[in-house]
Design a binder for this molecule. Structure first.
Ligand code: CTP
Length: 401
């Protein structure tokens, strides 16, 4: 979605994540938004107004009592002459000030004076995030209608510390902004969906696993597209390197059995789309110690056992969703194999794609699919995975209408 014509007041507060705000400004402008930055004193310790202004190509506001700025626009107009106030990063301190309505600098004053929606991207040490005071503030801010993106889990700038507290990545923030501006109709409002995505990792021993080349791009795109049409989406994702989509609840799993439990545990649902490239087999008994080479010994023989078929289980489940859609990754005889899977798995539709290496589908950005149902086969031209996702979501909405 384009942000063309949208004016975003970007409040940058003082955390190390402020360096990501520079990229955020670029990304917002790439989408066509106008960005006016406001920096706290703390923010200026991490990035300079010069760098921020060079990227925004607008004046950077820093002072509440600036005679020049007050004459030109004034803090009240600054707070209102925009379509959205975005706070990134939002520190624990600024969130506390917002909670209590403090207005002792330009950033907090603007946040109190604005009548526009506010979206905040918190960033702080995980202990500060989980502190009772911060948690109370979050509850109040959410109750006040403040929108949140993140924070995410992961490694912190502080050495050796991990947990929830990282600021969302700039592209995730841009996506959250786009969602707020999205006024498109929501034909899937009130519907729930489960989507599986990515590969599974099946352990051989504590350091080795069986995996496949799935990137999760198609499944993640479908989850996001369903959410954009208003569905309440749970994405059950195997290990991937792409970010969690916005507007979706993402559950991270490693193994096929964990994926099955996560999916079954979230039934009932109206829609289920199985995009994950689930490993068909796992090692029968994974070693709990690293398997060592023994001089003179033959390589270990891995005894495999079949993994649960999640789609087939759900396709025949007593809580079967109204619409069950599977994918079929094939390297030959795509249509016939797809049709056989439709039957066997109890699906309403199988989306078959050719994943031969020369197609570049597995791990790539594009896909060419055939939709196989009892009504016949519909072949879609080659297109981006995002477009496949949007068209599929629209088709699902039509079927459930
Ligand atoms: N699937 C699943 N659980 C499995 C295997 C597959 O839920 N253990 C789902 C996939 O997410 C996909 C569909 O079933 O939606 C078909 O997956 P695919 O790998 O193409 O088919 P398989 O059943 O594994 O059959 P084969 O390997 O023989 O092609």
């Amino acid at each position: 979605m384009t942000l063309s014509g949208k004016h975003i007041l970007l409040v940058i507060s003082g955390g190390i994540a402020a360096y990501k705000s520079l990229d955020l400004i670029r990304r917002l402008k790439e989408r066509g938004a106008k960005v006016t930055p406001v920096m706290t004193a703390g923010a200026q310790e991490f990035v300079t107004p010069l760098a921020v202004g060079a990227l925004s190509a607008t004046h950077v506001f820093t002072e509440l009592f600036s005679r020049q700025d007050e004459q030109d626009v004034g803090h009240i107009r600054l707070a209102r002459d925009c379509d959205l106030v975005l706070v990134a990063p939002a520190t624990a301190n600024l969130m506390a000030k917002m909670t209590h309505g403090l207005a002792d600098d330009l950033a907090s004053t603007v946040l109190l004076a604005t009548d526009k929606p506010i979206l905040i991207a918190p960033a702080m040490n995980p202990k500060m995030w989980s502190a009772s005071a911060t948690q109370r503030n979050i509850a109040t801010l959410k109750n006040d209608g403040i929108h949140f993106i993140g924070p995410m889990a992961g490694e912190m700038a502080e050495k050796g510390e991990g947990g929830t507290g990282r600021m969302a990545e700039p592209l995730q923030i841009v996506e959250a902004v786009a969602v707020l501006f999205d006024t498109a109709p929501k034909p899937l409002a009130g519907k729930t969906a489960i989507v599986t995505s990515g590969p599974t990792h099946e352990p051989i021993d504590p350091v080795r696993y069986i995996a496949n080349r799935s990137s999760g791009r198609q499944g993640h795109a479908i989850a996001a597209a369903l959410a954009r049409l208003g569905a309440k989406v749970t994405l059950v994702s195997g290990p991937v390197t792409i970010p969690d989509p916005t507007g979706v609840t993402t559950v991270h799993v490693e193994r096929a059995e964990e994926m099955r439990d996560a999916v079954i545990g979230r039934l009932p649902a109206d829609i289920a789309v199985f995009v994950a490239a689930v490993a068909d087999w796992r090692v029968a008994t994974a070693s709990d110690q690293k398997i060592k080479k023994q001089p003179g010994d033959a390589p270990p023989a891995l005894k495999l056992t079949e993994n649960p078929d999640i789609l087939k289980t759900v396709g025949h489940h007593e809580k079967r969703p109204t619409l069950v859609i599977g994918f079929a990754a094939e390297t030959q005889d795509v249509e016939n194999n797809g049709r056989a899977k439709l039957e066997r798995k109890g699906a309403d539709m199988i989306i078959a794609n050719d994943v031969s290496p020369e197609t570049g589908v597995m791990g790539g950005l594009r896909n060419q699919v055939k939709l196989i149902s009892k009504d016949g086969v519909e072949a879609w031209p080659d297109m981006g995975k995002d477009e496949v996702a949007d068209r599929l979501a629209a088709m699902i909405a039509e079927k459930l209408a």
